[in-house]
Design a protein around this ligand. Sequence first.
Ligand SMILES: *Cc1c(COP(=O)(O)O)cnc(C)c1O
Ligand SMILES: [Zn+2]
Length: 401
Amino acid sequence: MDNKFSFKCLNCEQEYKYKKNLYFCESCGCEKGILDVVFNYKILEKNNTELKKNFSSRNRDMWRYKELLPLNDIYRDHINIGWTPLKSLKYNIDFKVFIKDDSKLPSGSLKDRASSLAVSLALNNPQISTIAAASTGNAAAALACMCAGTKLRCIIYVPDNAPKEKVAQIRAYGAEVIEVSGGYDEAFSECLKACNKHGWYNRSTGINPFMTEGKKTVSFEICEQLDWSAPDVIYVPIGNGCIIGAVYKGFYELHKVGLIEKIPRIIGVVSKGSDYMYRLWKNNGDESRTESTSINTKATSISVKLPKDRLKALRAINKTNGEIITVTDDQIFESVLELARCSGTFAEPGGAASYAGFKKVPPKKNEVGVILVTGSGLKDISSLLASGTLDIDNIDYIQCS
Ligand SMILES: *Cc1c(COP(=O)(O)O)cnc(C)c1O
Ligand SMILES: [Zn+2]
């Protein structure tokens, strides 16, 4: 690890040099002291023609952007993550819209980008032999997938409502699973306690500052696939807020080093049954006025009582003139089907929420939009069947509406 980056607290703006066991700002604590990884953008900007050439000349995976990653690619894990398709959706003549299909990653969700970085970091720290995470399923599956075939022991804390398909996938990769009664929030604190006690590396979203770094590569790819230009608007589902924060950071950094001319409007999509982020944004980020209520949505990947990365999520919305919109579970399940029928992209409910958001607030005239599909439909078929949206006994051909 070199000194190519430092940490900066999002809350008090204090800067830290890289230290191996630093997860959050020491003055602000675990809840508030979320750390941002910052690079020396000025130096990168100076040679940005060279930078772009280097990016484009490398293998088609997320490590091609190594100048903007916190770990040199010679230390990377053995699984090729990244360079997922950007497909054009024939939808409307008024605007252009693309689907960025991260359901195609090896474990079936965008979380692979973050886990690739986490495992690479862990493998390169001789003091670490165990890596753990709390997850509603996808981050865990991604972590277990990346750990498979390495010397790392992988321990996963899942809430008891995690879909059986996801737990099966985690177990199939060989990880240990600890089921925690309650939701994601409870699994998160159990995992944190165990990591502190045993000195395990904690990959949980919202505490590990590097997860944003892996996930931001999705924005790098989108811009490169659009011939080094940014879309006007992008639709992103929100659970903990890590993905949306990372999507913003990716565009922000490319803009900062002069490789794109603008940063898109970022539209975050939450389920009505898990809408803390929406209410927090409406309350101008004032947490004292925003109640953390009980949650009720079948879209398990975006079912979170108190989003851990809410600061980064708010920054993404506020800095880009974006907004957060709510959609119902019915709209989400209809989106799963429409997305599958009209584009051949089979997404899980949380992964299709972005499409539901696009339907509700489409791009403006002549704009270019990107719908980020974050996870595969194969991961949660039971909730699709249970929703009653899909009639599998009816054998009639159904056309794209
Ligand atoms: C994790 C996840 C999300 C939400 O991402 P956050 O970083 O928690 O906001 C959305 N969709 C899928 C498929 C996911 O796995
Ligand atoms: Zn701080």
